[in-house]
Design a protein around this ligand. Sequence first.
Ligand code: NDP
Length: 327
Amino acid sequence: MFEALYLEKTDRNGPTATLRHLPESALPEGDVTVRVHWSGLNYKDALAITGRGPVVRAWPMVPGIDFAGVVEQSTSPAFSAGQEVMLNGWGVGEKHWGGLAQKARVPHDWLLPLPTGLSAQQVMALGTAGFTAMLCVQALVREGVEPHDGPVLVTGATGGVGSVAVMLLAKMGYEVVAVTGRLEEQPYLQKLGAADVLARSHFEMPSRPLENARWAGAVDVVGGQVLASVCAAIKPRGVVTACGLAGGMDFPATVAPFILRGVTLVGIDSVMCPQNVRQQAWARLATLVDKDLLEGMTRILPLSGVLNAATDLLDGKIKGRLVVEIP
Ligand code: NDP
């Protein structure tokens, strides 16, 4: 038997979420069984657990889009019992049982060995959010944004993706301007490396097709009007990465920044990202991340604390990252 957070569909608004003891025979198909030690509580997990977003595509579901642990059994030559592994994405916690459980069973080609230089706890302190932040930063670099080009914006800056993006960009020498709905968190953001902090409200009003060109690049996790306003104020040839929808799914923009300033909008998807790209991103995270700053931005939760924390996360009350310790 193993303990798991178990989501069942109901006729009411949200699913029921309970901690259950399940038989190992209930685990889904897969050639590797992992004893999970750490998982993360991500925005998508919170949507799944509360039912506030249509994340779960198979019922019942064990949520948890990422986990780190030790291989317990493997019929694949790629992994052997006792090996430390991690996983994020591939629809785990959405259509295949996920990491908010003592055990997970998955196909071997979704797993990665734990990256050198990070512990299982640190990997999940970064989790899908930190990985996504790294993909955003790598996209800015790939598309040619350099530190001397000017300041780079990070929206939703106190959240998981935002906090890690601020930390990474500052470490790489960029002048980071953090955009937040929580100006009282200015000291937190400055500690992560933000040179300046702006109120989200500046970006929430409908913008003109082109605003003053101030930013060389941006990492946006908010979407909606904020993304549209950010795009309108990007310098010629600048780059924006879009990975989130914390402020909405819509995109009330015009094509002006793209056709008159040559701005590039790069979409970021962490779920189906190829394994070689994942490995590179995790290796880069392992070398770039300041472990003390990471610890300072992380709160450890027990599995039993996940339900309340999921609501708080969606209500914008959580700062940094939530990592779940699985006994
Ligand atoms: P968090 O909840 O940790 O952070 C989101 C942040 O967005 C909040 O901290 C807050 O920052 C801001 N925010 C919250 N609500 C609103 C709102 N209504 N309007 C505007 N801003 C808001 O989530 P994550 O950082 O983990 O994820 C951020 C987004 O990125 C989510 O939409 C998530 O689904 C997406 N994501 C996408 C991935 C992909 O593969 N494309 C992978 C991982 C995440 P502040 O208070 O500082 O303004």
